[in-house]
Structures are given as structure tokens and as C-alpha cells.
Design a protein around this ligand. Structure first.
Ligand code: CA
Length: 231
């Protein structure tokens, strides 16, 4: 069982601040990916699907607002929470007022403790769970998941899943193209459910794939990272 760390992606052009943030996040057990410009940051957000993005507002090239807007417009990245880093209170007001979809903000200068508290709080709020509730009927590539009736058909054939398998498959299919680590899946989908005997995600995925038959390839393995539902 791989113990995957939550991944925080940071875009900040000031080296000193970037170092301080990275150091403190890593000390708290997060894996960090840091970038000093908007272009590289945006590309990495799309490719890496981090669990959280820390985004400086004022950046050379593409600024933080534009990055935020683009992430939130793209269905494959819009569920990634974003904390904006702003220089002044007025800037935070602007960020919130524009409604670009940032989940929170911190003002410079901030203490590492304050930043870590915000990161933890935003990750805990788990917006993915909300979207999960919303999508009651999913139809992708011949896989139909009817949440209200708890029914799944794969290429026209009805299949029977355990409650855990159902939740897992529904979660995957609700976020096509996004890569989820095993740890992430365990905490977001299985949680503290005492009824679930096997906490090994691989076992559940193997069983789901078997039942999906011809459509088994829809759940893709991303080596060294986890799983992804075909986009
Ligand atoms: Ca800056």
C-alpha cells in the first residue's frame, strides 16, 4: 500500500517567499511542486492535477487571476482548490469580488502557521464531495451510472457492484481525466467507513474492472501515482 502525500502546487515569483512556503509545507508532510512563473505553473496544474494550488496574484506573464480563471473554466481542473496569495487586503477583496472561483486567500506577509492552517482547512472542505452528490446520472463511453437507483450498466449490461465499488466508480466517472492517488481515494471515497473491510484501493479497482468487462480500460492506471478515469 503506497502512502501517497497530498500534493500542493505553488506558483510564486519571489524566491524567498517560495522557499519559505515550500519548506513549511514539506515539514507538514505535503509534497510540493513550485514554479516561478504563470506559464509553467498553469501547464503543471493541467498535467499534475495537484490536490491544492497556492497562487500568487502578481506574477510576470500570466497573472494569478488569469490562471485561476482558466483552471476554474476547465472541467478537468475546476475541482482543484485554489488559495490566492495577495499583497494587500484590497487585492483580496478584488479577487473575491471578481468571482474567479478562488477558494481562499492569504495576505502577505503571512506566518507559516497561518498558511498551513488555510491549506489544511481548504483541503478538508473537500469540494469534490459536493460535486459527487450533484451528479446523479453519468453516461460516459458506454458506462452509465444511475446514482439515485444505484444501478450501473457497462456497454448495455447491468453489473452488480458492492457499495464501496459503486462509490469508487462513481467518484472516478465524476472526474474524468483527473488523477487520484490511492491515499486520496481512500480518504475521499472510503473515509472512516467501518463497514469497508478491505482498505486496499487496488483490490477494489481490480474487482470493478473485472465487472466492467469490455469497458475495463476506462479506469486507467497512472504508474507511480494512482488511477484516472478516461477523459
Ligand atoms: Ca508576485
Amino acid at each position: 500500500m503506497v502512502n501517497q502525500k497530498e500534493r500542493v502546487l505553488l506558483v510564486e515569483d519571489e524566491g524567498d517567499i517560495r522557499d519559505v512556503i515550500e519548506y513549511n509545507l514539506e515539514r507538514e508532510g505535503y509534497l510540493t511542486l513550485a514554479f516561478d512563473n504563470g506559464e509553467a505553473g498553469l501547464e503543471a496544474i493541467r498535467n499534475e492535477s495537484p490536490d491544492l494550488v497556492l497562487l500568487d496574484l502578481m506574477l510576470p506573464g500570466i497573472d494569478g487571476l488569469e490562471i485561476c480563471r482558466q483552471i476554474k473554466e476547465d472541467p478537468t481542473t475546476r475541482d482543484i482548490p485554489i488559495i490566492m496569495i495577495t499583497a494587500k487586503t484590497e487585492e483580496s477583496d478584488v479577487v473575491l469580488g471578481l468571482g474567479v472561483g478562488a477558494d481562499d486567500y492569504v495576505n502577505k506577509p503571512f506566518s507559516p502557521q497561518e498558511l498551513i492552517a488555510r491549506v489544511k482547512s481548504v483541503l478538508r472542505r473537500a469540494p469534490l464531495k459536493q460535486t459527487l452528490e450533484d451528479k446523479s446520472l453519468i453516461n460516459r463511453h458506454g458506462l452509465v451510472i444511475d446514482r439515485s437507483r444505484h444501478k450501473v450498466t457497462s456497454a448495455g449490461e447491468q453489473i452488480t457492484l458492492t457499495a464501496t465499488e459503486f462509490r469508487l466508480l462513481h467518484f472516478f466517472a465524476s472526474h474524468p481525466g483527473r488523477v487520484f492517488s490511492r491515499d486520496h481515494l481512500l480518504s475521499r471515497v472510503i473515509g472512516d467507513d467501518a463497514v469497508v473491510i478491505d482498505r486496499n484501493i487496488d483490490v477494489h479497482v481490480r474487482s470493478i474492472r473485472k465487472k466492467m468487462g469490455a469497458l475495463r480500460g476506462l479506469i486507467e492506471t497512472v504508474r507511480g501515482v494512482g488511477y484516472r478515469f478516461k477523459d
